[in-house]
Design a protein around this ligand. Structure first.
Ligand SMILES: Cc1cc2nc3c(=O)[nH]c(=O)nc-3n(C[C@H](O)[C@H](O)[C@H](O)COP(=O)(O)O)c2cc1C
Length: 253
């Protein structure tokens, strides 16, 4: 099947699959779609390992990486808060509430030497930088740019200028998720190549508009290829998204 999306990414089927699991990413790419690895929870080292593993599996076929870098957030003037900054903002009443629940249900404390839970998660894997900040995402971005990934997606808001500039310098295509037509217009104005129109069926991510309404609204709002996302799990739903004007689909669940 040939669409603007398959042409741009040199894939056989216009099926993009977002997953935090590298096995799923590799399987979809090997089957002729485009697997996209959700990297928010990866430390840069873990991302390097997983991308090398994927590349070994897919043998030169295209795949993508998904980062979460909002354009605006508290602390963005300095690249984002650190985890210590955030810890200081948590009121004592919240801490007492949590301690009381843990005690009431006999939840044991994490062992002091537990490195897997603390360091390799969306919260802990970024050298003390808060997740969803430029300081946390920049090392991930550099790993993704040094890889063979052909496509970088950004989940929240228009990708910041530095992200778009670096992707263009390295010849990677860039996508961004949109839950309203205005998001898609902003993404297009920022220089994004593909829009993922994500309806609220996508586990409530991005916004409140259902896919059936959102996809054609976004298709009409921009003049770059749009992928339909949210509640697309079968061929009939894919056909429906494409009848609404999408050039392909983006599946998560
Ligand atoms: C549990 C969960 C986690 C998700 N995490 C991310 C994420 O980190 N980055 C992102 O771009 N999208 C994320 N998404 C949204 C997916 O990219 C995708 O748009 C969505 O799952 C599509 O809808 P579907 O789940 O109905 O297939 C997530 C979705 C779910 C359900």
């Amino acid at each position: 099947m040939q669409t603007a999306a398959t042409d741009m990414l040199n894939i056989e089927f216009p099926i993009f699959a977002f997953s935090h699991c590298r096995d799923v990413v590799a399987a979809v790419t090997k089957a002729g779609g485009l697997g996209v690895l959700g990297a928010v929870a990866h430390s840069p080292q873990a991302l390097e390992t997983d991308l090398a593993w994927i590349e070994n599996e897919v043998g030169g076929r295209p795949y993508g990486v998904d980062l979460i870098v909002p354009a605006k957030y508290a602390g963005d003037e300095d690249g984002g808060y650190t985890l210590d900054d955030i810890a200081q903002l948590i009121p004592d009443t919240h801490r007492a509430f949590i301690d009381e629940i843990l005690e009431r249900y006999d939840v044991p404390e994490l062992p002091a030497d537990d490195t897997t839970t603390r360091s390799n998660t969306a919260v802990g894997g970024h050298d003390g930088n808060a997740p969803f900040s430029a300081n946390a995402a920049l090392p991930q971005l550099e790993v993704a740019l040094a890889s063979n990934a052909s496509f970088i997606a950004n989940a929240l808001g228009p990708p910041p200028g530095f992200l778009i500039d670096r992707c263009k310098e390295e010849g990677k295509l860039i996508g961004a998720l949109a839950g309203r037509p205005q998001h898609a217009e902003r993404h297009q104005a920022a220089g994004v190549d593909i829009i993922i129109a994500q309806g609220s069926e996508a586990g409530g991510h991005t916004g409140e508009i259902g896919s059936m309404v959102l996809i054609p609204e976004i298709v009409d709002a921009v003049n770059i290829p749009v992928l339909g996302a949210g509640g697309i799990g079968r061929g009939r739903q894919m056909a429906a998204a494409m009848a609404l004007g999408a050039q392909g689909v983006w599946c998560g669940s």
